[in-house]
Design a protein around this ligand. Structure first.
Ligand code: MLT
Length: 412
């Protein structure tokens, strides 16, 4: 009799955003007349920029002719795109990253989930609390997290780093030393950022303690303020300790097109059980060539268009559109009496919910009485309880309407 991977049975019944979507569907079925506004999962609403659409059409046309047809893409990505990424996202910003250190994928979520495969099963992970659930759930699947304590919502082998309003939602160095440290800035879900000085402390800590930092920079394009790092490689010593993820999902409206990338610098070495140094770039290369047949050619041509002058201008307009929504949400919620965080360098707004309610109760109230869907803070971890996340990715009209409804509900 075959057996299933027992570690999967330890996972919460369903993935956070699937639970939220199911509740929305059920409510809609019971109330067909309700005009629900979705500010829950961070899914974009603005169409692709014209420069990207043009590149897509061009690439599709190429596929229609034998002379320009493309089969399998290179496993690690086309040189034309890897070079554009290295040049524009790193070298132009003073970071010494080259094309060979970049691996193109079909999205940062997949990379965030898969990266743990190249580390030893007994590695100790440290995560921010609250946290993007993918980091923890994929380590649960890999059997790395120990047992679950339902009362606290924590795993016995995971180091949770509380991110509270007292620390501006940044983590503090934990007492116990982790092997793998997951950081995400601008942060999902709190929308907080990290200063260069603080990030330097983490890089120094990782260098001193032989830890690796998994740095999720999926939201860096939303940074509007100075002295906030757009990449961990702006920090001295980061190439020796950090892997970075980037995504076009929110930056260029690619949630449905799917393209992201991982940076693993040549300098980054792990250790074998005999203590020999080994290149993580080589391990990830081996893994990628075995398990992935490359991001589609047409997608990579679309991504290349992001780096043209027109492309840059057009995606910036979309990012500013969402940042304007974030401002509408922030200011509206403040008027409704909420304490609000994030939304300045991030598309996520993190609000303190009224005392005496759980974040799922707040979710139900908002859905039922304002027909607005958000994401309960507790879904991101124990320290998310008492908070609620809204996203700025809907249309401006829907965002304004949602905030009016929330104001009407709470200002009565
Ligand atoms: C979110 O809402 O947290 C994101 O859209 C999830 C993701 O990017 O996978």
């Amino acid at each position: 009799m075959f057996k299933v991977n027992q570690d999967y049975l330890k996972l919460p019944g369903s993935y956070l955003f699937s639970t939220v979507a199911r509740k929305q569907r059920e409510y809609q079925a019971a109330h067909p007349e309700a005009e629900i506004i979705k500010l829950s999962i961070g899914d974009v609403t603005q169409p692709l920029a014209p420069a990207i659409v043009e590149a897509l059409h061009g690439a599709v046309d190429e596929m229609a002719h034998a002379e320009t047809f493309h089969g399998y893409a290179p496993d690690l990505g086309y040189e034309f795109l890897r070079s554009a990424m290295a040049k524009n996202d790193y070298q132009a910003k003073g970071c010494d990253i080259n094309a060979d250190e970049i691996f193109i994928s079909d999205g940062a979520k997949e990379d965030c989930g898969n990266i743990q495969e190249i580390f030893s099963k007994d590695s100790k992970i440290a995560v921010c609390d609250p946290v993007y659930p993918v980091y923890v759930d994929t380590n649960v699947m890999a059997g790395r997290t120990g047992t679950y304590d339902a009362a606290t919502g924590t795993w016995s082998n995971v180091i949770y780093m509380p991110c509270t309003k007292e620390t501006n939602f940044a983590p503090e160095i934990p007492e116990e030393t982790p092997d793998i440290i997951y950081l995400c800035f601008p942060n999902n879900p709190t929308g907080s950022t990290i200063t260069k000085e603080l990030l330097q402390k983490w890089v120094d800590y990782a260098n001193k303690n032989g830890a690796v930092i998994i740095y999720d920079a999926a939201y860096e394009a939303f940074i509007t303020e100075e002295n906030i790092p757009h990449s961990i490689y702006e920090i001295d010593g980061a190439k020796e300790v950090a892997i970075e993820f980037k995504s076009y999902s929110k930056t260029a409206g690619f949630t449905g097109v799917r393209c992201g990338y991982v940076v693993i610098p040549e300098e980054l070495k792990g250790y074998t059980k005999n203590g020999e140094k080994i290149s993580l770039n080589k391990l990830w290369n081996r893994r990628t060539c075995t398990k992935f047949n490359g991001t589609p050619y047409i997608t990579q041509r679309a991504a290349q268009a992001i780096y043209t002058e027109e492309g840059q201008k057009q995606i910036r307009e979309n990012i500013n559109y969402y940042l304007e929504n974030a401002k509408i949400i922030r200011e509206g919620l403040e008027k409704a009496g909420f304490k609000v965080y994030g939304g300045v360098n991030s598309p996520y707004i993190w609000l303190k919910i009224p005392e005496g309610m759980t974040s799922w109760e707040f979710f139900d109230k908002l859905l039922d009485e304002a027909n607005v869907v958000g994401t309960p803070g507790s879904g991101f971890g124990p320290h998310g309880e008492g908070y609620f996340r809204l996203t700025a990715f809907n249309t401006k009209e829907n965002t304004v309407e949602a905030i009016e409804r929330i104001k009407n509900l709470f200002l009565q």
